[in-house]
Design a protein around this ligand. Sequence first.
Ligand SMILES: O=C(O)CCC(=O)C(=O)O
Ligand SMILES: [Fe+2]
Length: 282
Amino acid sequence: MEFSTEEKKEGKLSEERLASLVKEFRAKGVLVIENHFSKEKIEELNKSFERDYSHYFEDTPQKDARRFSHRRPCITINAREEFNAPEIYCDPLILQLMGRLLEPDFVICNLTCVLSLPGSRQMKVHRDGTIFNASPIRGMLPAFAIGMLIPLIPFNKTNGTTKFWPGSHLGNNTIKETVQNSDFVETDLDTGSCILMDYRLCHSGNANNSDEVRPLLYCNYSNAWYIDMGNFTEQAHFYLSDEEFMKIPAEHRRLFVRRNINMTSTFELLDNQNDFTPKLLP
Ligand SMILES: O=C(O)CCC(=O)C(=O)O
Ligand SMILES: [Fe+2]
């Protein structure tokens, strides 16, 4: 879908439009929003990423960048300079949607960039997080966390699209069962577009068969009570210095209260970090 020029200009959705998007998101667990962010800003982010994070572009183990999968480091973003980008993280239309899909005191729970290095294989199909795994009501609950996935370069069949199964966030289907289902989506995505994804949605990054790194900026919003522990045993949720924090418009600062939470040293003291990794819905 696309927001209209008027909606973008106004920075506000009508009650009717909001209700219809909320309904769609709740049913599918995903919304692809095309042509939304400024292409120039995304290009600027990509350049700044290449400038500041290129030491992660080699496939060597990095203490602070978890390998989610083959040749795919997940890098914590330090929201400084170009990456201190309220025009992206605090986009009025996205925030309006989040305010309706999540609880009113939702926050940014983590801010990362997932890199697929050239030659990375298809990622395992997974859910980014689940709650109440032992309860049959788990698949009936509203979203508790929603990822905003922003490609920093155009994603296509060669460098890998993001593959997802609409509706797979609900019910009690296992990942194994979902993968058998041919009802998936894997469309090319241009810069300026983003995917909003319920944390429980089954998805995967396709293989990167190009010779370029493929960076995906991940801004996750969640209810205030949710902390993603499992994905952050080796790195902080995001960094934001006091100085950079004060550059964010006052009305949005509350979104960034989770800045600089780093549990790494505690996890290092544990004999087995995996003991703390919540068991995700299979
Ligand atoms: O690279 C992608 O398209 C998806 C990445 C992803 O799902 C993840 O890092 O959790
Ligand atoms: Fe994921």
